[in-house]
Write a protein that binds this ligand. Structure first.
Ligand code: SOE
Length: 390
């Protein structure tokens, strides 16, 4: 049960961004014995309390200072999307391993350059944090499709819904256009759904037809901004009305390689859904359904035989999926554990000298996600089908 924890001489890590997701990275790394040696945020004054809270000994002032630090072997980019490209490029050129939060970049020009740079440096690991792949039952779905349990893939469908942006007073840097695709819900959570759908089915998204909607044409931005998931402006900080053009909602039809079809929607104003990825895949031999808000259960559908509800239990998981599960059945593994398993895959790959095929999302896959986002933005504007650049 479970990948070995012991990593031989893992690199020390610098974390870029101590906001909502940065601490999740720090905690996951600590659980696998990888030291987070330093933190960079917008200012040292902002970083210092975060570093103290997370037990990170050093605070940096600039990315240059991070990359000049000889004790740092890897960086985790948990900064806003519009600086991922610059930081990832500088870190790779400085010889560091890089794990970048999704999306990899805000344009396919940037992500293509990063994918090419990463490919030119085979002794440096370069990954994108599509953490949902690392729930054990997501791995189980991937394994079952790959070994033919579903037969030919016919369709994949589902949604990714949240309600942290439901209110007009809910605000976050994500609602501001990035100057490229200007996508928000699709780029933020839709890419999770699309990455997982492609990982599980083994099929690529080849063309898209999208419809987007902005339900709050204005939001009240607290002066000084607001972190992710911090809820409405409960402190009643002074705010200003801001026009919003990025989408709260998006629905996308898909054509998959191999002739399959797909459809999904995202909505960040779905009251009551906190952070729910829902995915159902069907093939000629049956279907499977997984819900990230009930991550320990996998529904298996059959024609001519009883349907089953499978608990995550390493004793009945495939060997491949069991590699990503460390706790017996009934001892729930969830969001933080998926981060731990992704980091374990990433740092095991590094400990093995970056040999063989990475078993974590690569920059090439992160680039493809950005290309799909660009096709979605183009499709929504033109109100027709758009092929994803090959
Ligand atoms: C906000 O939608 C967010 O923090 C995403 O950016 C993360 O990728 C997701 O895991 C949780 O929600």
């Amino acid at each position: 049960m479970g990948a070995p924890y012991v990593l031989s001489n893992p690199p020390k890590v610098a974390l870029i961004g101590g906001g909502f997701i940065g601490p999740v990275h720090a905690e996951a790394l600590r659980r696998i014995g990888v030291q987070v040696a330093g933190l960079l945020d917008i200012t040292p004054e902002k970083a210092r309390p975060q570093a103290e809270k997370l037990g990170i000994p050093k605070v940096y002032s600039t990315i240059e200072e991070v990359l000049a630090d000889p004790e740092i072997g890897a960086v985790h980019l948990a900064s806003p999307n519009n600086v991922h490209y610059q930081h990832a490029k500088m870190a790779l050129e400085a010889g560091k391993h890089v794990l970048c939060e999704k999306p990899l970049a805000v344009s396919s020009k940037e992500s293509a350059e990063l994918a090419k740079l990463a490919a030119s440096r085979p002794k440096q690991a370069a990954g994108v944090n599509y953490n949902l792949r690392f729930y054990p039952l997501a791995q189980e779905m991937h394994t079952r499709v790959a070994r033919g349990d579903l037969g030919r893939i016919l369709s994949v469908a589902g949604s990714y819904t949240q309600d942290w942006l439901l209110l007009v007073d809910d605000y976050n840097w994500r609602v501001e256009p990035d100057g490229h695709t200007n996508l928000r819900a699709i780029a933020d959570i839709g890419t999770h759904w699309m990455d997982l759908a492609q990982f599980i089915t083994g099929r690529h998204i080849e063309s898209v037809n999208a419809d987007l909607a902005t339900f709050h044409p204005e939001r009240n931005r607290p002066i000084g901004g607001a972190e992710t998931y911090t809820g409405p402006n409960t402190a009643k900080k002074a705010s200003e009305a801001v026009k919003i053009t990025t989408e709260d909602y998006g629905a996308v039809m898909l054509h998959l390689s191999g002739g399959g079809r797909g459809v999904f929607y995202v909505n960040q104003m779905h009251g009551g859904r906190k952070n729910r990825l829902y995915l159902e895949v069907c093939g000629t031999e049956g279907s499977m359904v997984w819900d990230s808000e009930s991550p320990e259960l996998l529904w298996l559908g059959r024609r001519g035989a009883p349907n089953q509800l499978m608990n995550r239990d390493p004793s009945i998981l495939s060997a491949e999926a069991g590699h990503f599960s460390h706790y017996p059945g009934g001892h729930a593994e969830g969001f933080p554990d998926a981060f731990k398993q992704l980091d374990l895959a990433f740092y095991t790959y590094i400990s093995n000298g970056c040999q063989g095929v990475p078993n974590f999302p690569t920059f090439a896959e992160g680039h493809r996600e950005v290309q799909i986002c660009e096709a979605i933005a183009q499709s929504a504007k033109a109100r027709n089908w758009v092929n994803v650049e090959a």
